[in-house]
Ligand binder design. Structure first.
Ligand code: M6R
Length: 606
């Protein structure tokens, strides 16, 4: 969602700010802005609706200095207009903000009573006003921060520039990520480590309730009581090159192609390739667990729904999969014998974090299956199962999803072993199958040019339905989610067996159905659903394998033939097909594939 960058002590801070905003573009936003403290002591701003490139092209080149803050905004309070874009300014305070200040109306009224007027509809401008009023009263920037931050309710991250403290930036974190960084002669602040890679030599991840003061000489973290907090400094990892598209047209395509590598890398953290056995993780013993809860949002929740089949089928343990935004509001019945797994690429999704808090309160063991290792979820969970996908920039989740699946597949084997449902021989057989997944993914990518051709026709459709059974049902949901989020075509996923209970009414000439139908034990059932669609004039694309293609040879369907595989591995090959379909249809439609409209990469507000 929104993104924050700031720096103090750089020669031309504006160049860093623009570069930092570019790196945060992937998070999704609709306006952007920078504010720089000029050598003459004045703060000047440039803001614009639309892309960072538009801000960069239109900004006044005379806006330059050593200290500044910048922001990409995803509209919540007030539309996507230049006036609502950050940074906001009140009196001697300039500020950017991620998140939502829930009590902003009450705070706004109190400022109005003191004669403040507002230029925007945002909750952010209210915080700037409060800080300016507190600065006038206390005479100190730090005292103003200590006075105002405890008044704020909601989830937020702030970066603040006071005219009175030209060599310093302040920050505050409560429920939205924020980190501080440093190198010799400069200090930084950002909401995402990617903005600082290559700039800061060390970074420090703030905790909820932390305030920070950053100067060119260092970082000071303290609490709302003003008392210093000790926070670890980490060597800044990664490289800016990670945020490069290379020769690919979009990050999404690059990330689709990276999957063989990152799934392989993630797998080796969870299985022993030499012995073909699953690795034990310290503190992870589900032999006596009552049930597993899997909670996430969007694609992450769908990874959980695929795993439900695997965990129940292999390990014989009850599994309940929930969407975090529903879970948190439905009084779930929880017990300390439950193990709750939270799946998230970002580790910062607000609903999933809140669901985790509920489970912790109930005494359940919490496991974070996350891609961002310094995220709030990773830090708050009892145990972390990492995915090693590397930064995922495209808003549509691809490589994070397949990495989540490979961790969940390994986990299903581990739990089956712990519960005495997997012999040594079966373990070797199953792990050997998983070790073939990276190769299978590479081979599956051979369908790319065929999919690109098919996309021309699919892009003309009003509605596309996806069907699947068993583990391919959640993949049908994922295929539909992927298509709608980047191509804006109306798409729905159904369990193939449900077709006749309602969705079949939608079938008529012109409607396209994508059937995920590898030749497994349920193939004949899905084949009959395909026949039902054809009988009503719908057209069908069947995602299948050699045996499935043979069985469908005399059926008038378009075949996408994947390499043959079995068991859990087949889900990976099918995932490549649904990702490529969504990608090429979106390209054909000319949408903004990496930053689709209205969407954010990491949804840090409710
Ligand atoms: O960062 P998270 O994995 O928690 O994000 C969850 C969803 O917002 C995310 O998977 C979303 O559905 C993707 N855009 C789908 O491609």
């Amino acid at each position: 969602m929104c993104g924050i960058v700031g720096a103090v002590g750089l020669d031309t801070v504006e160049n860093f700010l623009i570069d930092g905003l570019r790196r945060l573009e992937y998070r999704g936003y609709d306006s952007a802005g920078i504010a720089v403290l000029q050598p003459d002591g004045a703060v000047r701003r440039a803001r614009s609706v639309g892309k960072v490139a538009m801000l960069d092209a239109s900004r006044d080149r005379a806006i330059t200095g050593h200290t500044g803050i910048a922001h990409t905004r995803w509209a919540t309070h007030g539309g996507a207009t230049e006036n609502n874009a950050h940074p906001h300014r009140a009196g001697r305070v300039t500020l950017v903000h991620n998140g939502i200040i829930e009590n902003f109306q009450e705070l706004r009224r109190s400022l109005q009573a003191d004669g403040y007027s507002f230029q925007s509809e945002t909750d952010t401008e209210v915080v700037a006003g409060l800080l300016d009023r507190a600065l006038a009263r206390t005479g100190s920037a730090k005292a103003a921060m200590l006075d105002v931050v405890p008044q704020l309710q909601g989830a937020y991250a702030l970066a603040v520039l006071f005219d009175t403290e030209p060599g310093m930036l302040f920050g505050a974190r409560h429920g939205a990520p924020l980190l501080a960084g440093m190198k010799a002669g400069a200090g930084f602040i950002a909401s995402d480590a990617l903005a600082l890679t290559g700039y800061a030599s060390h970074v420090c991840y703030l905790e909820n309730g932390d305030l920070v003061a950053v100067t060119k000489d260092g970082i000071e973290v303290f609490g709302v009581d003003g008392v210093k907090h000790q926070r670890e400094l980490h060597k800044s990892s990664g490289s800016a090159i990670l945020a490069d598209k290379g020769n690919y047209k979009y990050f999404m395509l690059k990330e689709i192609h990276e999957q063989a590598e990152v799934v392989g890398r993630t797998l080796t953290a969870h299985v022993d390739a030499l012995g073909s056995t699953v690795k034990q993780h310290e503190g992870l013993d589900l032999s006596r667990a009552n049930r597993i809860l899997i909670i996430g949002c969007g694609t992450a929740a769908l990874a959980g729904r695929v795993a439900e089949y695997w965990l129940e089928g292999l390990a014989g343990i009850p599994v309940d999969v929930d969407i975090a935004s529903e879970f948190r509001y439905r009084d779930p019945v929880l017990s300390p014998d439950d193990v709750a797994i939270f799946i998230s690429q970002s580790g910062e999704t607000a609903d999933t974090l809140e669901a985790m808090r509920l489970c912790k309160e109930a005494g359940a063991k919490t496991i974070a299956l996350v891609n961002t290792l310094h995220s709030t979820m990773a830090r708050d969970a009892d145990l972390v199962l990492p995915t090693l996908a590397g930064p995922e920039i495209g808003v549509a989740s691809t490589k994070a999803f397949t990495c989540q699946l490979i961790v969940l597949a390994s986990l299903a084997l581990l739990v089956a072993k712990q519960r005495g449902r997997l012999t040594g021989e079966q373990e070797v057989e199953q792990v050997t199958d998983l070790l073939e997944v990276p190769g299978l993914i590479s081979e599956a990518l051979d369908i790319e040019s065929q999919i690109a051709e098919m996309a021309v026709e699919l892009a003309t459709k009003q509605t596309v339905l996806y069907l699947g059974r068993h583990q391919f049902f959640p993949l049908a949901l994922e295929g539909a989610l992927k298509l709608k989020e980047i191509s804006y075509i109306h798409a729905e996923g159904y369990a193939a067996g449900e077709l006749k209970h309602g969705p079949i009414a939608l079938i008529e000439p012109g409607v396209s159905v994508i059937a995920i139908a590898p030749h497994d034990a349920l193939f004949a059932k899905t084949q009959s659903s395909i026949e039902q669609v054809l009988a009503r004039g719908g057209s069908v694309i069947a995602i299948t394998d050699e045996a499935g293609a043979k069985a469908l040879a005399s059926t008038p369907v378009d075949i996408v033939k994947l390499p043959s595989s079995s068991g859990m591995a087949t889900a990976f090959a099918c995932t490549i097909a649904i990702q490529l379909i969504a990608y090429y249809v979106a390209v054909e439609k000319g949408t903004d594939v990496d930053q689709p409209r209205n969407l954010a990469k990491s949804v840090t507000v409710e």
